[in-house]
Design a protein around this ligand. Structure first.
Ligand code: PLP
Length: 392
């Protein structure tokens, strides 16, 4: 084994804040401290920074600045989209059915389930194929039954699979359904042009693209009515009350700008590192099966089922040797329950406890990948043997 190093392969959980983003945020922790809603010049400076950030984000999303709602995180954006559209449809006396998929982040699936359980919303979870792709025919049948909203994840946090959003939005619209997408994992890597994607709402979170944690946004197509889930002052066109976090909003816009200015280089680097990792694991770990789609997957994302290996024990072993990975979504780390998403794809309970996610970033090097592969091979060998011995 080589000398121990620190290798961070969990960029799907969070990314480090880019020093250029920190630099852009600094004035808003110090000299520009006014409340952006105040009418005096102190407030005015902060408000201008927020409106500049909104214009910059809108340029990348190809939407109007007024269609960008700033929130406190990706989870809040998802909640606002689903509750807002559901409540609003119900208030208008329109069908309030909610359609989603089994591979959504908990921010979406638990919100849909809660609306179903507590408020009697009819919900439908459309199945996906073995790669995690939505079956467009079943999706069409689900939309044909009518409803308030379909919410489909753009790129899966657990599988990396990328959905065909232009197709899904055409289907949803043909049946007068709105389409929201959780684009939290896609942000900074995939096309976010809302016209091309055809979506009505789109959620992002800054900490997935080298911005700060605790800030996100929701694109809401002009004219769409959303009942606010957080009431208070009239911030964000009355859709999201609460004093703006000026520094973080500025930081998010800067991070998004950098991600798309440098998109070609970043995606090329991520793809090279990811493919190196996938090839290495499939060559060296006989127990490994790639999960998610082989081609339609996030450039930074590699995920596997390691047959016969307990992923939580593996995580501990990797961590002891300086390698940060995830056994599924970050929110589940340390949770010995099988992954709901893998169960939903038809994997057994044991297989659903053997998921491994490795996600590369801007600083990942070939050497990091080589080191992680060595550690992984040794750990998988040990744990595999242990499991076989215990089974005897
Ligand atoms: N949606 C997806 C797909 C995610 O991966 C995450 C975070 O892991 C979220 C939503 C939640 O975002 P946040 O951490 O900003 O609440």
């Amino acid at each position: 084994m080589r000398t121990r190093k620190q290798v961070y392969l969990d960029h799907s959980a969070s990314t480090p804040v880019d020093p250029r983003v920190v630099e852009a945020m600094l004035p808003y922790f110090g000299e520009v401290y006014g409340n952006p809603s105040s009418t005096h010049r102190f407030g005015g400076r902060a408000e201008r920074a927020i409106e500049d950030a909104r214009i910059s984000v809108a340029g990348i999303l190809n939407c109007q600045p007024s269609e960008v709602i700033f929130t406190s995180c990706g989870t809040e954006s998802d909640n606002l989209a689903i509750r807002g559209a559901g409540w609003s449809a119900r208030h208008r006396g329109q069908p309030s059915r909610l359609v989603t998929s089994p591979i959504e982040h908990s921010a979406v699936i638990n919100t849909v389930k809660q609306l179903g359980a507590l408020m009697g919303f009819e919900t439908q979870i459309v199945p996906v194929d073995n790669f995690g792709l939505i079956d467009s025919e079943i999706f069409a049948e689900a939309c044909q039954r009518g409803g308030a909203l379909a919410s489909i994840i753009y790129a899966s946090n657990e599988l990396g699979t990328i959905q065909d959003l232009p197709l899904l939005s055409r289907i949803a619209h043909a049946h007068d359904m709105l389409l929201h997408t959780d684009a939290v994992q896609a942000g900074g890597q995939l096309d976010l042009d809302v016209e091309r994607l055809g979506v009505d709402m789109l959620s992002l979170s800054a900490h997935k693209f080298y911005g700060p944690k605790g800030v996100g946004l929701l694109y809401v197509k002009d004219g769409l009515e959303l009942a606010p889930s957080q009431s208070g002052g009239g911030h964000e066109h009355g859709m999201r009350a609460g004093t703006h976090n000026t520094a973080f909003i500025v930081g998010m816009a800067k991070a998004l700008e950098l991600a798309y200015d440098e998109n070609d280089q970043r995606v090329q680097h991520f793809t090279e590192m990811r493919d190196h990792l996938i090839q290495g694991i499939l060559d060296r770990l006989s127990c490994a099966e790639l999960s998610g789609h082989p081609d339609r997957r996030l450039p930074s994302h590699a995920s596997f089922i390691l047959h016969g290996i307990d992923a939580n024990a593996l995580m501990m072993h990797l961590d002891m040797h300086g390698v940060a990975a995830s056994s599924g979504s970050a929110c589940k780390t340390g949770n010995p329950e099988p992954s709901e998403i893998l169960l939903g794809l038809g994997y057994s309970e044991d297989e659903a406890k053997s998921g491994l996610r490795l996600s590369v970033g801007m600083q990942t090097t070939e050497d990091d990948i080589g080191y992680a592969l060595d550690v992984l091979e040794t750990a998988a060998d040990k744990l595999g043997k242990l499991k076989r011995e215990m089974a005897r």
